[in-house]
Design a protein around this ligand. Structure first.
Ligand code: IPE
Ligand code: IPE
Ligand code: MG
Length: 241
């Protein structure tokens, strides 16, 4: 449970810069992705330590399929290996894992790993880790619009009952509160098709640090930044305090 009310309940991260990290060291891009797993582990542990309840990480976008075949295949292999390797420690840490994104398009091996991971960690309660894999925010919204429209045409829903909460309930992130803090590493200041609906009132934190160099202290720096923010949700300061 989150004891300090200044700790964000939900942190979302665009883990960027693995390729540049590897290139700077004269290594293959894939080595950067492998090193990035170490940062993921540290951020999960730090989240547990400080009482973050939801952590959402962007692992592979709908657009990342366009990368060279060898990188895409290497990433898929990394996902399978990492998930299998991490399940026991995630169970031990009481972390529940859910995957957000389209199942369609993922290979049989990846699907098997993510199903096993979700099933094995389903009842865990310390932290909900959402892994965005084959995820795109526009695709998610289009899929939601289609399902809502289908519900209307079946007579299960009327147009005047379509509300923000109906839309939110048709997204992959239903049952998860909106992120309080978004972190993007590697100096890029863009969303790259990540959680566009869910980030409407989120605080943004950008750092030049490349993802494989983003360790516990860097994460705590982002949390400290968050603590300094005043979230007004469209109101004026006097109404907040
Ligand atoms: C982020 O690192 C990981 C994925 C997108 C899978 P990048 O691979 O985008 O690294 P850069 O941005 O090329 O340095
Ligand atoms: C966003 O990073 C996707 C992930 C971190 C998985 P990208 O590296 O793909 O984003 P762009 O291409 O710089 O916008
Ligand atoms: Mg990138």
């Amino acid at each position: 449970m989150n004891k300090d009310k200044n700790i964000p309940r939900h942190v979302a991260i665009i883990m960027d810069g693995n390729g540049r990290w590897a290139r700077k060291k004269g290594l293959d891009r894939l080595r950067g992705h492998y090193e990035g797993v170490v940062s993921v582990r540290e951020v999960i542990q730090a989240s547990l330590d400080i009482g973050v309840e939801y952590l959402t990480i962007y692992a592979f976008s709908s657009e990342n399929w366009g990368r060279p075949k060898s990188e895409v295949e290497g990433l898929m292999e990394l996902f399978c290996k990492t998930i299998a390797l991490e399940i026991p420690s995630l169970v031990e840490k009481n972390v529940r894992v859910v995957f957000i994104g389209e199942r369609e398009g993922l290979g049989a091996e990846v699907l098997k790993s993510i199903d096993l991971c979700e099933r094995t960690t389903r009842d865990n309660t310390a932290l909900t880790l959402s892994v965005a894999l084959n995820y795109g925010s526009r695709q998610e919204i289009v899929a939601a619009v289609k399902r809502i429209t289908e519900a209307v045409s079946r007579g299960e829903l009327t147009v005047d009952r379509i509300s923000e909460s109906v839309v939110a309930d048709h997204l992959f992130t239903r049952n998860v509160p909106d992120p309080d803090l978004l972190i993007r590493t590697s100096g890029e200041h863009r969303l790259s098709n990540f959680l566009m609906w869910q980030l409407s009132y989120t605080e943004f934190y950008f750092t030049e640090t490349l993802w494989p160099d983003f360790h516990r202290e860097a994460f705590l720096d982002a949390i400290n930044y968050y603590k300094t923010r005043s979230r007004r949700y469209g109101l004026v300061t006097e109404q907040i305090y």
